[in-house]
Design a binder for this molecule. Structure first.
Ligand SMILES: Nc1ncnc2c1ncn2[C@@H]1O[C@H](COP(=O)(O)OP(=O)(O)OP(=O)(O)O)[C@@H](O)[C@H]1O
Ligand SMILES: [Mg+2]
Length: 385
């Protein structure tokens, strides 16, 4: 039987992706060498960005799986080395990011940004409750506060401890009573102190939360975004090509135009919108009468317009707010209450529609549409003075 060519092996390896960078290892220049022996043994050396890469074995499995599917291959050996400083510098340049990830998010299966066009629609409430609900469904969940001015995750998840630094000098995320791993700028600043952030500082703080926090294995990392569509979204898009966006909106048409703006932002930064959550929908009195205080149907309208699913509608609920205020998420405290149940249902829908495995392989056919050309997202961040 004839042996495969190096070209054929390379072609097969374009299906193996780096889960943090979301690009294939051939495109990333991470295939150091390919050796084809006469007996059909193929040895591949993969160059990693960091020697302590926690997902080596995933790379190994994916390479073996791909290469061994070629005719004539009798065995596959996978070796590893580390990119040289020059190679890393080149990669940073093509990717348009100041620092390459060191594996902090390598074991995170799904990254979901919770966004909206305007403030106060319930992003933080949804992030905190959904993270707790996902954890209660047997998933490993994390909640990252990307709102450095109006951080709310520590309060809403009831965390009151300072993060510690581990032996590898990574920040350990404090764990809420619900089991959710959390990170917030609130752990590092004095309470109620006014922090004035400039663009580059903002970028750096968020980058640290993504790269220097020991997130470990997570099924879901939810990111609570600040209101608006500014710098943070751009930073996140650069650092998290694997993220998806969920848009929270209220039911009235006026707020909808704002939510649409955040969808446009998602488009601009090239992240997929996974669905819409309509919050503050009808209010039901104890006698069962329902009032549509903020109008009706805005979530569905937006979902239709963007051709994405409506993940659920969450009613106005005094107890949802009260529980958020004291750090005991309603979705786990009272999962059968109307608002609690609505959020648990959204969590279940998210679980049903997201991958359970680390994204190591992508089909070659879809790679063209899923992975934009290198450098396409390389943008300078605006500096806010
Ligand atoms: N379904 C709901 N019923 C009642 N109150 C709610 C509901 N959702 C959110 N709230 C309350 O509305 C207020 C704003 O919610 P939240 O802080 O979650 O919004 P946000 O979008 O994160 O705001 P910001 O843009 O300022 O970050 C909070 O007091 C919260 O408890
Ligand atoms: Mg908020």
């Amino acid at each position: 039987m004839s042996l495969p060519t190096e070209e054929q092996i390379r072609e097969k390896l374009t299906a193996v992706i780096d889960p943090e960078l979301r690009r294939n290892i051939v495109e990333l220049g991470m295939v150091r060498s390919i050796e084809i022996k006469e007996d059909g043994q193929v040895n591949v050396t993969v160059s990693l960005t960091t020697p302590g890469c926690p997902i080596r074995s995933h790379f190994q499995d994916a390479v073996v799986q791909q290469v061994s599917s070629l005719d004539g291959v009798t065995g596959v050996g996978v070796g590893f080395d580390v990119l040289s400083d020059d190679e890393k510098a080149g990669l940073r340049e093509t990717l348009g990011r100041g620092k390459l990830p060191q594996g902090a998010l390598a074991q995170v299966k799904n990254v979901i940004c919770v966004a909206s066009g305007k403030g106060g629609v319930g992003k933080s409430t949804m992030t905190a409750n959904l993270a707790a609900a996902l954890q209660a469904q047997g998933q490993k969940a994390g909640a990252l506060d990307c709102d450095v001015y109006g951080y709310s995750i520590p309060r809403m998840l009831g965390v009151d401890q300072k993060p510690e630094v581990n032996a590898e000098r990574k920040i350990m995320p404090p764990i809420a009573a619900s089991g959710v791993k959390t990170m917030s700028i609130g752990y590092f600043v004095e309470q109620n102190s006014a922090v004035v952030w400039r663009g580059p500082m903002l970028h750096k703080a968020i980058q640290q939360f993504l790269e220097d926090v020991a997130w470990g294995e997570l099924d879901y990392l939810l990111l609570d975004l600040p209101p608006g569509t500014g710098d943070i979204a751009m930073t996140l898009a650069q650092l998290l090509p694997q993220a998806k966006i969920t848009i929270v909106t209220t039911p009235q048409p006026a707020a909808q135009s704002v939510a649409r703006r955040s969808a446009e932002m998602a488009d601009k930064v090239d992240l997929e919108v996974m669905g819409i959550i309509e919050n503050m929908s009808g209010f039901t009195t104890p006698t069962g009468e329902t009032f549509s205080i903020f109008g009706e149907g805005g979530g569905q309208l937006l979902a239709d317009e963007l051709e994405v699913p409506l993940l659920g509608t969450v009613p106005l609920s005094e107890e949802l707010r009260e529980h958020a205020d004291v750090g005991t998420p309603l979705a786990v405290e009272q999962p059968d209450s109307p608002a609690g149940k609505a959020i648990v249902d959204i969590a279940k829908r998210i679980i049903a529609s997201s991958p359970r495995e680390l994204p190591m392989l992508q089909t070659i056919q879809s790679s063209a549409s899923e992975a934009p050309k290198m450098g396409a997202r390389a943008r300078e961040l605006p500096v806010v003075q």
